[in-house]
Write a protein that binds this ligand. Structure first.
Ligand code: ZN
Length: 221
């Protein structure tokens, strides 16, 4: 069980349990407090020792008690930004897990302080990039940074890197860097300027956040 996907009964958010096969150490990516009973059960069933809570990003709308509940797991919480009692690693930071290493990438765009995590040939990027058919990005904090993070960080990883996103869309939730670089509905075969123009076309004065593009229509592919 190197990676266990924790799927919600409702909604689209995904979280992951990473288990080092040798050291019996584990890390959680984007866990949600409502899943804590399941998380404790999985850790106990597989006799895993939790080492890290890794959060790709957090939103303002998140209940304040959420972070406190995750601290209750008793391990460091890794997250971008300057929230109290979280560890904010530098770009390229390395977090040990068993006999392996989790590498931290600073990937702003969806949120200003977004992080991604690379563990072997697996990438965990939260909501920075949706995969599965016609992916789209909703409410990016900064479309230009989003483009730079996706094309300059994610798409420069080896082709076979598996992408585990933070959202479940349609029937597919895991892809590869190769496939997304080649087929992504917004980032493939597109220039930075064209991408930004496309998002700007969806922004408007009536939008609750006029400086941000609104939800993008899902293109057919
Ligand atoms: Zn998000």
């Amino acid at each position: 069980m190197p990676v266990r996907t924790i799927r919600p009964l409702h909604g689209h958010a995904l979280s992951y349990l990473l288990a080092d096969p040798h050291g019996r150490e584990a890390a959680l990516v984007d866990p949600q407090s409502r899943d804590l009973p399941l998380i404790h059960a999985l850790l106990g069933e597989h006799r895993l020792s939790l080492r890290w809570v890794l959060r790709t990003h957090a939103h303002d709308a998140q209940p304040p008690a959420e972070l406190a509940a995750l601290h209750g797991l008793g391990v460091p919480v890794v997250q971008g930004g300057d929230a109290a009692q979280v560890r904010a690693p530098d770009d390229g930071g390395r977090l040990p897990l068993g006999r392996g290493i989790i590498r931290v990438l600073r990937t702003p765009g969806h949120t200003p302080d977004g992080l991604s995590f690379v563990w072997g040939d697996r990438l965990f990027c939260g909501c920075l990039l949706d995969v599965g058919g016609c992916a789209w990005q909703r409410w990016p904090a900064d479309p230009a940074l989003l483009w730079d993070s996706v094309t300059g960080k994610l798409f420069t990883l080896p082709d076979d890197t598996l992408i585990y996103p933070g959202q479940y869309r349609r029937r597919c939730s895991v892809s590869t860097v190769h496939d997304q670089r080649r087929w992504h509905a917004y980032f493939a075969r597109c220039s930075r300027d064209a991408y930004l123009a496309r998002l700007a076309a969806h922004a408007g004065p009536d939008h609750p956040h006029p400086h941000r593009p609104g939800p993008l229509p899902t293109p057919r592919c």
